[in-house]
Design a protein around this ligand. Structure first.
Ligand code: HPA
Ligand code: ZN
Length: 337
């Protein structure tokens, strides 16, 4: 390991953009398929991994949604979540804010409560080991706003344990404004708001996420750099961008890691963070993303520290908790010098 890689390994950090369904490793997919006696679209673990070769977001989503079909019981959702939490804790994560896609499961006849109870029990267990977390309910943007409203209704008994709503799935042709009313309803219920925008979609979708949905945080946001006025606005608002380097590489948002905009984002004063998105599919967990980005664009140690600080500054933790984590980062960095 290089000195910077060793530094990254123990650096306290938060993860703000990770889809729990996207952490389903092929080994666990096979184990769950066996116990549920359901078929899976792959013959072997190796065949599954070999199929994870995508040329765009939709290629990935087609496989991602099919793979979730093995998840049926509360124990399945618990085990999925627990496996991710153990893995990210080993990467020095102190706090995570994770997405889930209830509509993917309710459409298959799995109850909202089965999904949420399994995930929440694993999050609660991890809390006892010092890893704090928040849960974010994502609406699937390729479905209707009415379907999103129905999902928000199903979530009603859980709203004290859900921190925010988000917007994911196929971006092109499904602009944020399609969900203006359901996001306003979520805000009225006290939820925070995030949305994927500017991953494949144009800067206009990022403007809509800001000015129509009024998001508290923006997921991806890469294409904001194509519009100088938009980038300026994001800097002025200190809007957090949850950037996902290995995802961007695997989904061909960037042609190679050297071409990734992360370093430029930091230079512009954008509050960028590093995240894994769908680690089972994109070749790595949180530290893999820090390491790949650091090597690809040549991050300095100060830039890595800024990214880790941004991950807490952009979280939905309260002020005193954020300050405590920032102090932990400073103490860790001082010890390393
Ligand atoms: N983009 C959009 N939808 C998603 C993603 C993503 O990166 N991962 C899981 N659902
Ligand atoms: Zn995502």
């Amino acid at each position: 390991m290089t000195a910077l890689e060793t530094f990254i390994a123990g650096l306290p950090k938060a993860e703000l953009h990770m889809h729990l369904e996207g952490s389903l490793e092929p080994e666990l997919m096979f184990a769950i398929a066996r116990r549920n006696k359901v078929d899976i679209p792959f013959k072997t673990v190796e065949a599954a991994r070999a199929a994870y070769d995508f040329s765009n977001l939709q290629d990935f989503l087609d496989i991602y949604y099919r793979s979730t079909d093995v998840l049926r019981t509360e124990a399945d959702f618990h085990d999925l979540t627990a496996a991710y939490l153990a893995r990210v804790a080993a990467d020095g994560a102190r706090h995570v804010e994770v997405f889930f896609d209830p509509q993917t499961h309710t459409a298959r006849g799995v109850e909202f409560s089965t999904v949420a109870d399994g995930m929440l029990s694993a999050l609660k267990s991890a809390q006892q080991t010092g890893l704090t977390s928040k849960l974010i309910l994502c609406f699937l943007r390729h479905l209707s706003e009415e379907a999103a409203f129905e999902t928000l209704r199903q979530a009603e008994p859980y709203l004290d344990r859900i921190a925010a709503v988000g917007l994911d799935s196929s971006e092109m042709g499904h602009p944020p404004s399609k969900f203006a009313r359901v996001f306003a309803a979520a805000r009225e219920r006290g939820l925070r708001l995030v949305a994927h925008a500017g991953e494949e979609g144009p800067p206009a979708y990022v403007w809509e996420a800001l000015d129509v949905l009024h998001v508290d945080r923006l997921d991806h946001g890469n294409r904001s750099l194509e519009d100088a006025a938009l980038a300026e606005r994001l800097v002025r608002d200190q809007m957090t961008l949850t950037v996902c380097p290995l995802s961007n590489l695997k989904l061909c948002v960037v042609k190679d890691m050297a071409a990734h905009p992360l370093k430029k984002m930091l230079a512009l004063g954008l509050r960028a963070t590093v995240n894994s998105d769908d680690p089972a599919y994109f070749g790595g967990y949180l530290n893999d993303n820090y390491r790949a980005a650091a090597a690809g664009v040549g991050l300095t140690r100060d830039e890595v520290v800024q990214l880790a600080k941004n991950s807490f500054l952009g979280s939905f933790l309260d002020g005193p908790s954020i300050l405590r984590h920032l102090k932990d980062i400073d103490a860790y960095t001082a010890k390393f010098s």
